[in-house]
Design a protein around this ligand. Structure first.
Ligand code: CUA
Length: 380
């Protein structure tokens, strides 16, 4: 006698349901550090994302209704009209004009409804509203984001700062491969295409930190090309701008920070700029970190730096495209840097983010790391 695989279906059913439920729970969990901000597209905080979420719910609602009706009819028919012993051959039906017209017209009408709301959404997100605005150039590098503010002439990395209730006009640049700019809670994705400078806008209705990331596969570390949008009150934003426009602080002679600045001049300035660093006694002169993204960074004789401008590094809350959180509190005691992510990064950038451009010919010694951390943490 053949044994059924599922003689007693209950344990299997429970196991299956349990696994399925676990998947749902995984989707619910968000233990991301606050520095990254929330990842969701459903908890929106601006008109562009609101419009996209509305479209998402409309399509989800229509698709769910169709799924339930079709699957319901299917399951009902399977049960109701299944073959039973002694049943006669059912009535053979060859076509039904009315049914065929219905199942052609109804889906066509539904698709036109979806098309209509989609086109309306396209107009909504492409019309830049009047009012206060700022411009930010978002430059996609492999693999981190550079943000340049042409009106203020400041450059930063990993964090896009903007005031609340203000239209942010974003210019999307890349001089390497295609990246895609995405802040789930504020705006959908738009590509950074080399040689084709896209633009987009978004606006945040609430202050806060919002997670952003690159949404186009751009190489080995695509997954580590995150950033965040720091949305602040107008006053706080203006303070931030004023601070960013200052040259970097010059460390006191003989201090740990000054020793770090010296190492920085010797090792780091090949790739990184610090505005005003020249004043600290470097022989490299005055270095500005912003690079025209149209200039390819492949000629060492051109004024073109591969890494981010670190002028006010200490204020940033992410490191190296968000691969690490900048936990400043762990980086203040030079004798206890065990949990300092900046120290970890300096000790082994290729181990933390394999393939990135930060290749150290010779590893930094623990003393050098201590000095560099002190210097970089002083760059408020
Ligand atoms: Cu840049 Cu993916």
């Amino acid at each position: 006698m053949r044994k059924s695989l599922f003689r007693n279906p209950r344990p299997w059913m429970m196991l299956f349901t349990g696994i399925l439920f676990a998947f749902f729970l995984v989707a619910c969990g968000d233990d991301t550090p606050a520095q990254y901000g929330p990842h969701t597209i459903l908890n929106t905080a601006g008109p562009v994302a609101d419009s996209e979420r509305f479209l998402f719910y409309i399509i989800l609602g229509i698709a769910t209704t169709i799924f339930v009706i079709v699957e319901g009819l299917l399951i009902y028919s399977i049960m109701r009209y299944r073959n039973r012993p002694g049943m006669a051959e059912p009535y053979q039906n060859h076509g039904n004009l009315r049914v065929e017209v219905l199942w052609t017209v109804i889906p066509a009408v539904i698709l036109f409804v979806v098309l209509g709301v989609t086109i309306q959404g396209l107009f909504q997100v492409s019309t830049v509203p009047a009012g206060k605005s700022i411009t930010v150039r978002a430059v996609g590098h492999q693999w981190w984001w550079e943000f340049y503010y042409p009106d203020y002439n400041i450059t930063t990395a990993d964090s896009l700062h903007a005031p609340v209730g203000t239209v942010v006009n974003v210019q999307l640049y890349s001089n390497n491969v295609i990246h895609s700019f995405w802040i789930p809670a504020l705006t959908g994705k738009t590509d950074d295409i080399p040689g084709h400078n896209n633009t987009k806008w978004f606006k945040a209705d609430k202050t806060g930190v919002y997670y952003g990331e690159c949404a186009e596969f751009c190489g080995a570390q695509h997954a580590h090309m995150a950033f965040n949008a720091v949305i602040d009150t107008s006053d706080n934003f203006n303070t931030w701008v004023t601070t960013q426009q200052q040259a970097a602080v010059v460390p006191a002679t003989g201090s740990l920070e000054a020793q770090g600045a010296k190492i920085f001049s010797g090792v780091c300035t090949t790739c990184h700029g610090i505005v005003g660093h020249g004043a600290a006694g470097s022989d490299k002169g005055y270095i500005t970190g912003y690079q025209d993204p149209k200039v390819a960074c492949d000629d060492p004789n051109k004024a073109c730096l591969v890494g981010p401008n670190l002028t006010h590094f200490a204020q940033r809350n992410l490191i190296a495209g968000g691969v690490l959180v900048h936990n400043r509190d762990q980086c203040q005691d030079p004798n206890h840097l065990e949990n300092c992510n900046l120290a970890k990064w300096l000790a082994n950038p290729q181990g933390i983010k394999p393939g990135n451009d930060m290749v150290l010919g010779v590893s930094l010694t623990p003393t050098q790391i201590k000095q560099l951390v002190a210097y970089l943490e002083s760059l408020n």
